[in-house]
Design a protein. Structure first.
Lengths: 302, 539
């Protein structure tokens, strides 16, 4: 296991060592006794068996001892977990979004980023939002994990204690590219964090349509270079005629403003032939009409 | 029962396919299950080996991501619904429960046949997704909403298959409960029943009471997909967490449907090969009931990271630890049964010993998953995959193989080559641990489960695990090959009682006559494992 890099690591690792330690002692002990019995009481050495039906004292002993041990294990598990639910008042709040197959983060000042950058020794509360199906925010080095459930406001918090870059993985199966749903959290000194945030907030050079599409993870499924991913590529798509499947029937359409707008708001209404239905969710409440207009302008340039 | 001696055993008499697939003889039905189960098991194994091949190296090796996701789903559906859940009760329960109780059949022989037919129909439905529709489901065997509501693959058919299979399980459970209550031979009180019957009794209650919940839950998925009812999909007003609760209210007790019968097998094997009475008969019998009972209240530990309140997590965690206690009691009593025995080391005993070792690893890793702090780190990682396979395959699977080697001479009246069987066992034991132990390590390192591809740091444990799968495969082929060879070629006649057992099945002929007994079986004086006053079993 890699070294823990958050304040939770100590509690989690301690309970792990205690439970695993007790378990290994018992595993080795019981196995050794079992093997020894098989040799010692082999029918060649012990041709006549003794018929011991049981012993109440020993039954009580081996009921009470495991009871005490598992309660100790439970206690350490609880103790290591408890702080994870108590968010300090001075925590910095960041919104974490998940959608097939991308994480993104929104900082208090409205800045978006694909990766998380946090100051060292600063409690950070993540408000977990899923835009489509179940995901789970997992940072092994921090010993934290919480599911991102659509329609439900989950949270987690952490305080990073060691500088460095750590993997963020999606731990709840979320479809085709689940195993590629990765991000990172970089822990830096406060000053470098401030510099990074200022720079991230200022990089507004992207075409406004491109910026909206990046924010909404359009490019995990749609390429801009013509390659086929989960959905059709945007390259040269505007004005093209395509066969789409509407309610099970095929029809020919031309890709225009109206079609793009409908594909964003009601993506499963007309699915381009050869692609799977049901994988894209509606962005009706996420992307407004002005942003859709920006997206259309941007797609025209591809 | 009259001591009518019939020359025909259950394998003789009527011949032909129809005499089997419409037979109401519990022994033939047990074998029908066995042949079907082994077939599906081999399909599941093949899918598992394909998955391990894909995971040999990081990056794409031979499957597309989508195919991989469908394969792990089908692997789970087959192994759980078609193999492990029916396994021991449907095969050995059907075959041996009536014989061990000293009766001639289960209470409802026709219902028993119907269970098998429902099972086969469900199985065909599950496998039909390979050919028909938009491909097998890619949701994982848990069918978690809302993905299972949204995906374009053939979730509906997979879910309907599990629904149908549920009825087979319910009916078998019902049949066994009534059989145990009504058909015990005179003189056999509940506390003189073999422990295998006790284990089946506890299992049957779970099957009867818990299975309807999964049935209705899966129907709700179908309703959601077809009519957009808004039960589980939040975009139409549903709650995905509701699905998880409903799913695990069945599926956690179902883990005990899979494990308890295996405990029963081990409780049969140990006294027979130690030639002594079992240690703590009542402790073992009642701990089965305790596990079945407490098992109902701990489903929430599958959802420790789903956003449950701290209080909820506290309660489910402490209850989870409670279930460890009756399980520990069983293990202690089993090991104590070897104490001062006169132990004969034959193949079935080796499987029992391996069971105890592997089941302990499964149990101890379960403690790490039941504790809150560690579960947060280990939840939904390969640690869970390793833990689950240690319990289900290292536990129940090995008990199944042990039972197969134990009762092989009784079922077919033939004997396998013991040396080859022991070699196969050794390969299986080594292969199994090489395959699954590295998964625990990968999980501790932080590798999530259901991963088509992984970060380079997880390469080593994955590589070792894949090597293990090859050893395991060779072991399986050797084991089955040895048994099949014995079935066709063995000249050895093992007689009534090759192992010196004293439960009633060893008092009848091998294979048993159609009516199970050719002469009145004799009950040992003090319970089923009273080797001190054992009945004399003449050929």
């Amino acid at each position: 296991m890699r070294t823990g890099a958050s304040t939770f690591a100590e509690g989690v690792d301690l309970s792990l060592y205690i439970i695993a330690g007790i378990s290994i002692v018992f595993l080795i002990g019981i196995t050794a006794v079992m093997i020894w019995f098989v040799f010692r009481y082999n029918n060649k050495r012990n041709p006549k068996a003794s018929h011991i039906e049981g012993n109440n004292t020993i039954e009580v002993v081996w009921t009470v001892i495991p009871t005490i041990l598992v309660m100790i294990m439970f206690y350490y598990g609880w103790a290591g977990f408890k702080p994870m639910r108590n968010v300090p008042d001075n925590a910095m709040v960041v919104k974490a979004y998940a959608q097939m197959w991308k994480f993104s983060f929104e900082y208090p000042d409205g800045t978006y980023s694909d990766t998380l950058v946090v100051p060292i020794n600063q409690p950070v509360k993540l408000e977990l939002v899923s835009r489509d199906v179940l995901h789970s925010f997992y940072v092994p080095a921090f010993r934290i994990k919480e599911d991102m459930v659509p329609g439900k406001d989950n949270f987690l918090w952490f305080e990073a204690t060691i500088e460095g870059r750590y993997d963020v993985l999606c731990a709840e199966y979320c479809g085709q590219l689940h195993s590629y749903m990765l991000s990172s959290v970089t822990v830096v000194p406060r000053q470098r964090y401030d510099e990074w945030l200022a720079k991230a907030a200022a990089t507004g050079d992207d075409h406004p349509g491109l910026a909206v599409m990046k924010q909404n993870a359009c490019f995990t499924c749609h390429s801009i270079d013509g390659s086929k991913l989960i959905g059709p590529s945007f390259k040269g798509i505007y004005g093209k005629t395509e066969i789409v499947v509407t309610d099970g029937a095929e029809r020919e359409i031309t890709i225009d403003d109206e079609y793009i707008s409908r594909s964003i708001k009601d993506p499963n209404a007309d699915v381009v032939q050869g692609y799977m239905k049901g994988l894209m969710i509606s962005y009706e409440n996420t992307i407004n009409d002005q942003q859709i207009a920006d997206i259309i302008e941007y797609i025209k340039t591809l | 029962m009259a001591t009518v001696s019939t020359d025909l055993n259950y394998l003789q008499g009527k011949k032909g396919l129809f005499s089997w697939i419409f037979s109401v003889d519990h022994k033939r039905i047990g074998l029908l299950y066995l042949y079907a189960l082994i077939t599906f098991f081999l399909v599941g194994v093949t899918l598992g080996i394909l998955m391990r091949l894909e995971l040999l190296n990081p990056g794409k090796d031979l499957l597309e991501a989508q195919t991989y996701n469908q394969i792990f789903t089908l692997h789970g559906v087959i192994m759980i619904f078609l193999f492990i859940i029916p396994s021991i009760p449907a095969v050995f329960g059907n075959f041996f429960l009536p014989i061990m109780l000293g009766t001639d059949d289960v209470s409802f022989p026709r219902l028993n046949l119907l269970s098998w037919w429902i099972y086969i129909i469900g199985a065909i439905m599950a496998l039909s997704t390979l050919i028909f529709g938009d491909g097998p489901a890619d949701t994982g065997w848990t069918f978690y909403a809302p993905y299972s509501v949204k995906t374009g693959t053939n979730v509906t058919m997979s879910v309907l298959a599990a629904f149908v299979l549920g009825f087979s399980s319910i009916l078998t459970g019902l049949n066994f409960i009534v059989t145990i209550h009504r058909l015990r031979t005179p003189g056999m009180t509940f506390l003189k029943m073999p422990l295998f019957a006790w284990a089946l009794y506890a299992t049957s209650w779970i099957q009867l009471l818990a299975t309807p919940i999964i049935g209705i839950t899966l129907m709700m998925i179908v309703a959601e997909r077809f009519f957009g009812v808004g039960l589980f999909d939040p975009s139409i007003g549903g709650d995905p967490i509701l699905y998880q609760h409903l799913f695990w209210i069945y599926s956690h007790p179902a883990v005990y449907i899979m494990a308890l019968p295996a405990f029963g097998i081990i409780s049969e094997l140990l006294p027979t090969f130690a030639r002594r009475t079992i240690f703590g008969y009542k402790a073992i019998a009642f701990s089965s009931l305790a596990i079945a009972f407490v098992g109902y209240f701990i489903w929430g530990h599958h959802m420790f990271t789903s956003g449950m309140s701290g209080t909820g997590r506290f309660i489910f965690s402490i209850l989870t630890f409670l279930v460890a206690i009756p399980t520990a009691i069983k293990v202690f009593n089993w090991v104590a049964t070897l104490y001062k025995g006169s132990i004969h080391v034959h193949t079935p005993l080796l499987y029992a010993l391996a069971f105890i070792f592997q089941f302990m690893i499964g149990g101890f890793t379960g403690l790490l998953l039941g504790a809150l702090a560690t579960d947060i780190h280990l939840h939904d990682t390969y640690f869970v995959v390793g833990h689950f396979h240690y319990v289900m395959f290292g536990g129940t699977g090995f008990a199944f193989f042990g039972a197969l080697h134990y009762w092989f001479p009784k079922i077919w009246g033939k004997m396998y080559n013991a040396k080859v069987a022991n070699t196969a066992f050794t390969l299986l034991f080594i292969g199994f641990n090489t395959l699954y132990f590295p998964m625990l390590i990968a999980g501790l390192m932080g590798m999530p489960r259901r991963y088509y591809d992984y970060l380079p740091e997880f390469h080593l444990p994955n590589m070792i695990s894949t090597f293990g799968s090859w050893i395991l495969a060779v072991g399986l082929i050797l084991m089955l090959g040895n048994l099949i060879y014995a079935y066709f070629k063995s000249k050895e006649k093992p007689g009534r009682n090759p192992w010196g057992g004293i439960t009633l099945e060893w008092q009848t002929q091998s294979p048993p006559p159609v009516q199970n007994f050719d002469r009145m079986p004799e009950l040992p004086k003090n319970g089923p494992y009273d080797f001190e006053h054992k009945p004399t079993i003449k050929e």
